[in-house]
Design a protein around this ligand. Structure first.
Ligand SMILES: [Zn+2]
Length: 476
């Protein structure tokens, strides 16, 4: 039984896509629903999301933002107001056409994102520079009619937060865009142990309706990239379309400058694909719903369960501690806790009790050690910190190993086919080359990294003068 449970997970190097599906289902993160492309987030998956959400919400509030809630439905005429925006989103919009039996006079769209709702509201509540900045955020679900879907990575409906802000000047909007990208990078690196590259999206890849888009990009175990959070300077595009104006400090009528930024449940998919292994999930301690699982050994013997529960009581004010007192065999419990990615397993049996010791096993390395119960709290604290750091370091090493600088298209194709990962190459800035690279290699431009390097003077694709270094990759 214990063995079967693990054998059901496909080996990740054999079939990474199947491994991913096995893990999200067997670790009980999600279940499929009867609506194609929609997922049920189960308690264990939702608890992970809540930990991510709480950490991010704390930072959003600490940087001066207020949470609000906007309606789910958007009238078609409202969505049409900003031309680039509707063009970008039209293919993925779901429409409500009927209320009961009655056909609606105007179709309502289920929000794919809420820029236009915020813009309409801001027009009503902003009149003077005294009303600025407006720093709003909402936690919500959105719907995008995707053709191919996978749990967390691409689903018709997903959860996210979307920040929407208004500012007096372009400089203020720019600073906000940078600030929130930094918040996302911090959540990825400190909370999820996922190293990111910060940069700007090309014109082709930027958000529909934005002046420019900043992004954080991370690299998965299989060498594919995943966009992990985006922050947009919207400029005055939406504000002009909606007439969001204010009297400035000199009594002159001005248009506000806006930003928007979003972070989604996709990041759970990234976390799985960055840290997971052939035994299943590997969760960073900061987000793990259970950080320490106590497994009583020979629990039928007198005093064992009592001692296990006492330990749980003693530790629970400092750590998220679970206990598996079911009648399953210890080996089964070990496998299950490994599959669920619980950072530390704590074993306690009759002999440990006699010697006032416990055994700690870490999920990331499998390392096992015996510690005195007197030092347990300090040991666990250190161990969890160490696991968090180790996961980050391992992911960073992997990314460094899988980042390749190339100067010709031959090298580009060769590296991508053989090694995958991030390809660093110079680009002339023309969309034609970006399109051709995608056509010939399936790699898309991930970002123009803020940390630039001059690999050569010519575009990898056309040989014309190069403007910037771009990171390219196949992406989720
Ligand atoms: Zn070129």
């Amino acid at each position: 039984m214990a063995k079967n449970l693990v054998e059901q997970i496909t080996n990740m190097d054999e079939d990474f896509a199947q491994w991913y599906t096995d893990v999200v289902l067997k670790a009980e993160l999600v279940d499929y629903s009867s609506v194609r492309g929609s997922m049920i987030i189960r308690p264990y998956g939702y608890a992970i999301w809540e930990n991510i959400k709480n950490a991010l919400d704390t930072e959003i509030k600490a940087t001066g933002h207020d949470n609000v809630y906007m309606p789910l439905l958007i009238p078609e005429s409202l969505l049409q107001k900003e031309k680039d925006h509707i063009e970008g989103f039209a293919p993925e919009v779901a429409w409500v056409t009927h209320g009961g039996d009655e056909e609606l006079a105007e179709r309502l769209c289920i929000r794919p994102t809420s820029e236009v709702l915020f813009a309409e509201h801001y027009k009503n509540i902003i009149h003077s520079y005294r009303d600025l900045p407006k720093l709003y955020n909402q936690w919500a679900n959105v719907v995008r009619w995707e053709k191919t879907t996978r749990p967390f990575l691409r689903t018709l409906e997903f959860l996210w937060q979307e920040g929407h802000t208004c500012h007096e000047t372009d400089q203020d909007a720019h600073e906000e865009t940078v600030k929130m990208l930094e918040v996302y990078a911090d959540i990825c690196e400190r909370v999820l142990a996922i190293p990111v590259v910060k940069g700007q999206k090309t014109e082709k890849e930027k958000f529909a309706g934005a002046k420019y888009t900043y992004t954080i990009e991370s690299l998965m175990h299989d060498g594919k990239a995943l966009q992990s959070g985006t922050s947009h300077n919207l400029g005055t595009g939406f504000a002009k379309a909606f007439g969001i104006e204010f009297l400035d400090r000199n009594g002159k009528l001005q248009t506000v400058h806006q930003t928007s930024w979003g972070f989604t449940t996709r990041i759970i998919g990234a976390m799985i694909m960055v840290h997971g292994d052939d035994k299943g999930l590997v969760l960073p301690p900061v987000v793990a719903p259970t950080q320490v699982l106590i497994v009583p050994i020979a629990q039928h013997k007198e005093g064992v369960l009592d001692a296990a529960y006492e330990l749980q009581q003693a530790l629970k004010s400092k750590f998220r501690v679970g206990i598996d007192a079911s009648d399953k065999k210890p080996g089964w419990k070990f496998n299950e806790s490994e599959m669920k990615g619980i950072p530390v397993r704590l074993e306690i049996g009759p002999r440990d009790i006699e010697e006032n010791k416990v055994v700690l096993v870490r999920r990331d390395t499998g390392e096992k050690r015996t510690v005195d119960q007197g030092n347990l709290e300090t040991e666990l604290e250190k161990l969890l910190e160490d696991i968090q750091k180790n996961l980050y370091d391992k992911a960073l090493q992997h990314r460094i190993k899988k980042t390749h600088a190339v100067k010709t298209m031959e090298q580009f194709k060769d590296m991508l086919a053989k090694e995958g990962g991030f390809i660093e190459a110079m680009w002339c800035g023309k969309q034609g080359c970006e399109d051709r690279i995608k056509e010939e290699t399936q790699a898309t431009s991930r970002c123009i990294p803020f940390e630039q390097e001059r690999l050569s003077e010519t575009c990898v694709c056309c040989g014309d003068g190069a403007e910037q270094l771009v990171i390219w990759a196949k992406a989720y």
